[in-house]
Design a protein around this ligand. Structure first.
Ligand SMILES: [Mg+2]
Length: 358
């Protein structure tokens, strides 16, 4: 089999309320890989909030696409290495990591279709239904928005809900967490997300104010670049730390593990150089008894959790308009079934490319 064409597009997809209070849209960098045998693979990278989507597409088009044309798409590992080592002067983090991710996801979609298997089964098959947590709780939500969103996920059976703690006053964050806790009752456990906004002292102060609330985790406390600071926070606070959505390679994750910087690792398949690297990160975590709870894009991450015995929760953000994907995996009884179609199982609708093209 040979790759004959890679058609790309940048989609700008509006978000619904209340998420739109924080992000008006997200962007998708789409790459459809065609072959001489008629099989096609769909790859895409979700650029959350949209920032940098144009650059991801430009790097993919100019530097990565030429490396794949004419190649056998079933040699995914070899092609991943070719892309990863393509530009020695560009590290495979940020923009470049997102671009490699889109193509790697498309190559795996092809490989699954060629084998006639959903990817989680191709990779070994650990679980076919994955527990999901409701996620959102952005800083610009009113308390009413916050409780409304949390209750929506609880009504779908989700046993966990995550909210942001973005207020500069740690007591105000505590009050918001308490409000949600009171509204949901003891059947739903909460997580909080700092989104890299605090330093070491700020985190210690904030976490002390939340310690008695039985939180599942305390997420992304410091700048994702500073693995040492994350480890220090992890050592100094009494809530388990989760991090990794802005880390990109097995080498960064190895360091997070070795430094005991987190109990939960959260690679994003659209950032961390695709399925290939995310699987390696997942297996590395298994060797250290660390759970993997992938960041957003649950429709793609389900395949990862379904392949890992240490896969834990997928992050469920219900934002996609109904005309974006042909079939979005549904949350029932707090769980989402891993798509059973060959490949990753996701397909854009016929109208999505025209309607949302930037
Ligand atoms: Mg986060």
């Amino acid at each position: 089999m040979k790759i004959t064409a890679i058609d790309t597009a940048l989609l700008t997809v509006p978000t619904p309320k209340p998420m739109s209070l924080e992000f008006a849209h997200h962007k998708l960098v789409v790459a459809e890989i065609s072959t001489d045998e008629g099989l096609k693979g769909l790859g895409y990278s979700l650029v959350f909030g949209g920032g940098g989507g144009e650059a991801v597409l430009a790097y993919l088009e100019a530097r990565l696409k030429p490396l794949l044309l004419g190649e056998d798409p079933l040699h995914v590992e070899r092609l991943w290495e070719k892309m990863y080592r393509g530009d020695r002067g560009v590290r495979r983090v940020g923009i470049a990591g997102m671009a490699i991710s889109a193509l790697d996801i498309g190559l795996w979609d092809l490989a699954g279709k060629a084998a006639g298997l959903p990817l989680y089964q191709l990779w070994g098959g650990a679980a076919e239904r994955i527990a999901a947590y409701g996620s959102g709780g952005w800083g610009r939500y009113t308390e009413k928005d916050l409780v409304g969103e949390a209750e929506k996920y609880a009504a779908l059976g989700c046993k966990y809900y995550k909210l942001k703690i973005h207020h500069p006053d740690p007591k105000a964050n505590r009050a918001r967490v308490e409000t949600v806790r009171k509204a949901l009752g003891p059947g739903v456990r909460l997580m909080v997300d700092v989104n890299q906004k605090l330093d070491l002292q700020g985190n210690i102060r904030q976490a002390q104010l939340l310690e008695d609330l039985d939180l599942l985790w305390y997420e992304e406390p410091v700048l994702a670049d500073d693995l040492a600071a994350c480890a220090e926070v992890s050592l100094r606070i009494r809530i388990p730390v989760a991090t990794g959505e802005n880390n990109y390679t097995r080498y960064e994750f190895r360091e997070l593990i070795e430094r005991k910087a987190a109990r939960y690792l959260m690679p994003d398949v659209c950032r961390a150089n695709g399925y290939s690297e995310t699987l390696k990160i997942g297996h590395l975590a298994a060797a250290h008894g660390v759970a993997v709870s992938p960041h957003v894009v649950h429709e793609l991450s389900l395949q990862i959790c379904g392949a890992l015995s240490n896969g834990f929760l997928v992050e469920y953000m219900d934002w996609q308009p109904p005309d974006l994907f042909e079939e979005m995996p549904r949350c029932e009884d707090g769980h989402i079934r891993v798509p059973a179609k060959p490949g990753h199982g996701m397909a854009l609708t016929k109208t999505a490319l025209q309607k949302y093209r930037s």
